[in-house]
Design a protein around this ligand. Structure first.
Ligand code: FAD
Length: 595
């Protein structure tokens, strides 16, 4: 059975030595989370994930969710009890502002806990994850009445949340949504339509489910400009918060799918269901984007989480599995063969995963801290800069971390040879589970287009200019540090590639937008490599500073891993740049009928 140990030490190092979380002490909620408390919270989360959720991952995969003839959906054995523990631990609302009943702790803690949850059991983690997204959208866009009625129960986890965008004819292109909303004399709406692929749409973990539904009010404009967002509860709550009558929303079926079997993916039928408007009429997409941005970061974290757990299991196996002898001569002469970790090709794969995981975690934490600044700082300029960062990095984190998360799950499976292909080791489950984050919350191709088509040019390129300035500033500031040269020089070169690619789009994509479309995925990955490279430079600087006091060998290991990233992974920026500069001609030349 797969093992998992939450990387608490790595997180603590990143928060304290790399990002100096104490410098954020002026932000609300940070003073309530001194280092020892953070370590204690992470220790508790780790225990829950390792002891309660990891063993259920396999159960969830083999049993899946079941829809019963009366429309009820039951989750796999053990999920209900684990969810009860999650609610009792107060984990869902740890970063929700205290005025709404949360604990107000930094958002960065939620992202870390969510990584642990998804490594241990991604299908389970989606139930609280979607609830957190729905809470975020309701806080920003809901009325005080909706806040009072729904937030307290959702923040504790007593009720869960969902997001309902997709319909049979409408995935990426939300302008095609047909679900209808008809206004009632009492100000509520009647919602009618069919939503598909709705994660956590129906289940037995909570007595009520709060659906956030995109629909079109009768007479609204066509396309995305005519979409509005509604709260549609499974049971309509009474004024005192107790459950009232069942609403006209039912689960028609659950999808048979490739992975995340423990999460119910539902067809939801809305049959004149009572709904209440969130935000203004026709402002639904903007409101849903609050939820989607949260969710996109969360999905990026899923990519990292699966890469981490797959890596941990691959390492354990590589130390145990005896095959062949080291090229340089037997390393374990007393054994019939050496463990496969002696082989350079196995190490190459393990180092690639490790070098990705540690930098990706840093990138998530860095961005989550920006989210805290964006929402909590009293300085408007600081808030705007942090918000710019979030907008720019969200598609990169979603797209790159999930593409690479899947690639790493496959690489980890490969280390098991044939034993990775059979179910017993659990590696093929990681591969299947890691596939969906690349698709939902906007397929990764769409993330790349969002980055290139919207985020680069937004506000006159303010966000990308700030990213370049920060990275260049770091390189300049540290230029005299000879010990950092092996990290800084490659980053400088890779940053140059990203700048050339950005310039190439500015010069070649305005008149020919296909050039942007054809190069977008390469640009997103080029950006991701530079961002991860920057993270490695910051980690290396912190490891250099800490190595004298830390005799555990961890800092040396970080420096070696940083070198591996610079020598073996970052050079890919040159290939990505070459592809971008090749333009769209060969991509677009063949007519559709020639395929
Ligand atoms: C397990 C699972 C859970 C899900 N959970 C939810 C949920 O909770 N709520 C919800 O609302 N939805 C959910 N979804 C739906 C998911 O978000 C969509 O599947 C996804 O957004 C893609 O839409 P689609 O499947 O219709 O693909 P399409 O939109 O048909 O896209 C097909 C392909 O074409 C590409 N493409 C489409 N348009 C363009 C374009 N303009 N330019 C370039 N490429 C393009 C896409 O990148 C994709 O690769 C879930 C899906 C699954 C499988």
């Amino acid at each position: 059975m797969p093992v998992y140990k939450a990387p608490v030490d790595d997180v603590v190092f990143l928060l304290s030595d790399v990002f100096h979380i104490e410098r954020h002490a002026n932000l609300p909620g940070f003073a309530d989370a001194p280092p020892d408390l953070i370590t204690a919270i992470l220790g508790e989360a780790a225990k829950f994930c390792e002891d309660a959720l990891t063993p259920l991952n396999r159960v969830g995969d083999t049993q899946g969710c079941k829809r019963h003839p009366d429309g009820r959906v039951t989750t796999p054995d053990g999920f209900k009890e684990a969810f009860r523990q999650l609610v009792a631990g107060g984990w869902i609302g740890i970063s929700v502002p205290t005025e709404f009943g949360g604990q107000g702790l930094p958002t960065v803690l939620t992202q870390i806990v969510n990584e642990f949850l998804a490594s241990a059991n991604m299908a389970f983690a989606m139930y609280p994850g979607l609830t957190q997204g729905a809470i975020a959208a309701l806080i920003v866009h809901g009325t005080p009445e909706l806040h009072a009625l729904y937030l307290p129960k959702m923040i504790t986890g007593e009720w869960t949340g969902t997001m309902n965008l997709t319909e049979p004819q409408c995935g990426t292109d939300l302008g095609l949504i047909r679900t209808k909303a008809v206004k009632q004399p009492d100000g509520s709406y009647r919602i009618t339509g069919t939503k598909i692929f709705i994660s956590a749409g129906e289940h037995d973990l909570a007595p009520n489910i709060v659906h956030l539904v995109l629909a079109r009010i009768e007479g609204a404009p066509a396309g995305t400009k005519g979409l509005s967002l509604f709260v549609v509860p499974k049971f309509v709550p009474q004024a005192d918060g107790s459950l009232g009558a069942p609403n006209g929303v039912t689960c028609g079926s659950i999808e048979e799918k490739m992975g995340i079997h423990g999460n119910s993916t539902c067809v939801m039928n809305y049959d004149g269901a009572a709904g209440w408007l969130v935000a203004s009429e026709n402002e639904g997409l903007r409101a849903m984007f609050t939820m989607m941005n949260e969710a996109r970061l969360g999905v990026g974290v899923q990519g990292l989480a699966l890469s981490e757990v797959a890596y941990q299991n691959a390492v354990a196996y590589a130390k145990e599995r005896l095959q062949g002898r080291a090229i340089t001569g037997a390393k374990f002469k007393d054994k019939p063969a050496d463990p496969i970790i002696v082989h350079p090709d196995v190490r190459r794969a393990l180092m690639s995963m490790r070098a990705f995981n540690e930098a990706a975690r840093a990138l998530v934490l860095w961005t989550a801290l920006k989210s805290d600044v964006a929402h909590r700082s009293s300085d408007a300029k600081e808030r705007q800069a942090a918000d710019d960062h979030m907008g720019l990095l969200t598609p990169v984190i979603k797209g790159v971390l999930t593409d690479q998360g899947f690639a790493n799950a496959v690489a980890a499976q490969q280390i098991f040879g044939g034993h990775g292909y059979i179910k017993e080791t659990g590696m093929e489950q990681f591969v299947r589970d890691a596939r969906i984050p690349m698709i939902y919350e906007g397929a990764n191709g769409i993330q790349a287009l969002d980055l290139v088509g919207r985020k680069l040019a937004k506000d006159g390129g303010r966000a990308i200019t700030a990213f370049f300035a920060e990275t260049q500033g770091f390189l300049k500031e540290r230029a005299g540090d000879a010990a950092l040269k092996p990290y800084l020089e490659p980053l400088g070169k890779a940053l140059g590639h990203l700048q050339q690619a950005t310039m190439w789009f500015a010069q070649n994509a305005l008149a020919k937008p296909d050039n942007a479309g054809a190069g977008a995925t390469d640009y997103m990955h080029l950006f991701g490599l530079v961002a991860l490279g920057y993270m490695w430079c910051r980690i290396a600087a912190a490891a250099q500073a800490a190595r004298a006091a830390d005799t555990s060998g961890r800092m040396e290991a970080k420096l070696v891993t940083a070198r591996f990233f610079m020598e073996r992974m970052l050079p890919e920026t040159a290939t990505r740049l070459a592809r971008i500069q090749a333009g769209a001609a060969a991509v677009m030349e063949l007519p559709a009928e020639a395929f």
